[in-house]
Ligand binder design. Sequence first.
Ligand code: ATP
Ligand code: MG
Ligand code: FE
Length: 344
Amino acid sequence: MRILGIESSCDETGVAIYDTERGLLGHRLHSQVDLHAAYGGVVPELASRDHIRRLPVLLRELLEHTGLSLAGIDGIAYTAGPGLAGALLVGSSVAEALGVSLGIPALPVHHLEGHLLSPLLSATPPDFPFVALLVSGGHTQLMRVTGVGGYTLLGETVDDAAGEAFDKTAKLIGLGYPGGPALARLAQAGAPGRFKLPRPMLHSKDFDFSFSGLKTAVLTAVGTPGFCEADKADLAAEFQAAAVEVLVAKSMAALRHTGLKQLVVAGGVGANLALRSALDQAALRRKARVFYPELELCTDNGAMIAFAGALRFMAGERGADADGCFAVRPRWNLMDIAAPVGAG
Ligand code: ATP
Ligand code: MG
Ligand code: FE
């Protein structure tokens, strides 16, 4: 089966084709970062308009790149939520319309299921069951995963998401938007420990997180008289060390609690190299293994949506009836989605 994936939940337009026999045949991505940078954050109306402009172009490029025509596609998977309503509607309208015109099914996919399953696209994929650490711009969750749709929440952030904390801290330090990757780069030039930031909820004995206090502590440090340009790298390094320490400790506690030996990391912050190296070392001590998506598939992309959709198509799922068309779900809890029909 050949599945076309469409992602448009926020500020990335992504398309991909996944073949259930041959794997990922190709993907195309357009980031709207430049479009929103001047505003310091994503402007929903601009995002929707840009998805409309880009989607047909990306789709044409993808077909040229893969040498396929639309007639060679057996099904379409699109992000139906969570995300910005107007942005989601662009992807869902294109997907549903294409589905009707081609006479093939269009399947709504949960964006976080896409992130979560993306490490299965890598050369050395994990097997079910595993613990998943989902660290993205909007979510920070630890889950026990028994299969597609088999998600049990162990804990999550009670306030900001990890990626959000990276972005907000970067803004406070003056690194612009979106600051996560820039903050990580600056941290490499600094040393943790000179500034002392809290490790929120490190000893809370549950699997929950809190990142908003960390951001406030950064604000206080930046506002201290004498704080200057030369201090920024050390502050960035301390922020990253604090966030990483809590994420690693809770992930290891989740492995201990579940007795599982595999940890899957997904979402944009999973691209953070300091986090990856700290998780690898901690897992090694527990004789456990950590699995990541390819670096370029950590943040939003169409490949993860094509893949998650393909797994559901393979399990027999066929999309909504006519009433379900265009029913995007801007707010949608991953724990509320079911295993595909036919799955155990
Ligand atoms: P969600 O998936 O929860 O709806 P999202 O789609 O906006 O949110 P992602 O695309 O998964 O989130 O990830 C984007 C986030 O990842 C941003 O907050 C960004 O700053 C962060 N990020 C990307 N690269 C890095 C990095 N190297 N270090 C830290 N954070 C990073
Ligand atoms: Mg994004
Ligand atoms: Fe995302």
